[in-house]
Design a protein around this ligand. Structure first.
Ligand SMILES: NC(=O)c1ccc[n+]([C@@H]2O[C@H](COP(=O)([O-])OP(=O)(O)OC[C@H]3O[C@@H](n4cnc5c(N)ncnc54)[C@H](OP(=O)(O)O)[C@@H]3O)[C@@H](O)[C@H]2O)c1
Length: 268
């Protein structure tokens, strides 16, 4: 466990969302001073108030930031540097799960999704490496959706695959230098109501592989503590990632296309 002074913080991106919130509570349970970020000032303030009630005396700081905006990220980094924090943990959780046929994207939407899912995580990683405590943990939420190319979820799937590739490589660059880097590939997580509906709509497979945000957050932190390269939380996610590989890619693609063409969702 990484613990230290009030100046040694855990940064949680996407803290205002379902999984980010679970990471905030899990880090707070370890007594780690928190730095929360998301886009919504109001949601950040509400989360800080809840945390203060449950963990009185635990230092928490927060700042809203649109992580797709390089200037806003620079301002966030300047704020953190100004406070002289050192980063002991980064939980890269922020993400957007737009799901639709690629032909239905606008240029604006596709840039947004690439930026929030990949560029933001990489930029945060660079910042925390440059401003790290003696030991640093980086946990990144990729997705089981990145294991196979996913028609009708293609950009999301590819952006999550990029995260896994990048953080695997980064981990090797930092091996033996006090930095533990773990990538998480969760299946469905019961967070927003529309996500819950999607999981339920996928029938048995959706339900048996889905997990609560608290489960994913706790298992992720345990994995980075043990310096695991990759975690796919839950037996069925490991199964889904491994077993269908025995089928030809063309068969897998057609199966995924049939199922995923039925769901469409947007994000802003
Ligand atoms: N839920 C699932 O089934 C599932 C499965 C596998 C992987 N994941 C991944 O887990 C992560 C969290 O998912 P979730 O279900 O908790 O989603 P969520 O509730 O929608 O939370 C998304 C978080 O990302 C933040 N965010 C979105 N766009 C942003 C931007 N431009 N700049 C800064 N922050 C931004 C949101 O901030 P605001 O609310 O303040 O805008 C929010 O805190 C995502 O990376 C997702 O891809 C989810």
């Amino acid at each position: 466990m990484v613990q230290g002074s009030d100046k040694q913080i855990a940064i949680i991106s996407g803290a205002t969302g379902g999984l980010g919130r679970a990471f905030a509570f899990a880090c707070a349970e370890e007594g780690m001073p928190l730095f929360l970020t998301g886009r919504s000032e109001e949601k950040l303030a509400a989360l800080r108030a809840e945390l203060a009630q449950k963990f009185p005396g635990l230092p928490t700081d927060a700042r809203a930031c649109d992580l797709t905006d390089a200037a806003a990220r620079a301002a966030l980094f300047a704020y953190i540097r100004g406070k002289e924090y050192r980063v002991a943990r980064l939980c890269n959780v922020a993400g957007a799960d737009i799901q639709k046929a690629f032909e239905k994207y606008t240029q604006e939407k596709l840039v947004f999704q690439c930026r929030v899912n990949f560029e933001a995580a990489v930029s945060l990683a660079k910042f925390v490496l440059d401003n790290r405590a003696e030991e640093l943990e980086i946990v990144t939420i990729a997705s089981i959706s990145g294991v196979y190319p996913m028609p009708y979820f293609a950009l999301y799937s590819a952006s999550k695959r990029a995260l896994t590739q990048f953080f695997f490589a980064l981990r090797e660059e930092w091996r033996g230098r006090g930095v533990r880097i773990t990538t998480i590939e969760p299946g469905g997580i019961y967070t927003r109501p529309d996500v819950v509906r999607n999981i339920e709509g996928q029938g048995l497979w959706g339900k048996i592989s889905a997990k609560s945000p608290e489960y994913v957050a706790k298992k992720s932190l345990a994995a980075v503590r043990r310096n695991k390269r990759l975690l796919r939380p839950g037996f069925w996610n490991k199964f889904i990632a491994a077993v269908p590989r025995i089928l030809p890619l063309s068969v897998r693609m057609r199966f995924i296309a049939r199922r995923w063409s039925k769901i469409e969702k947007d994000a802003f």
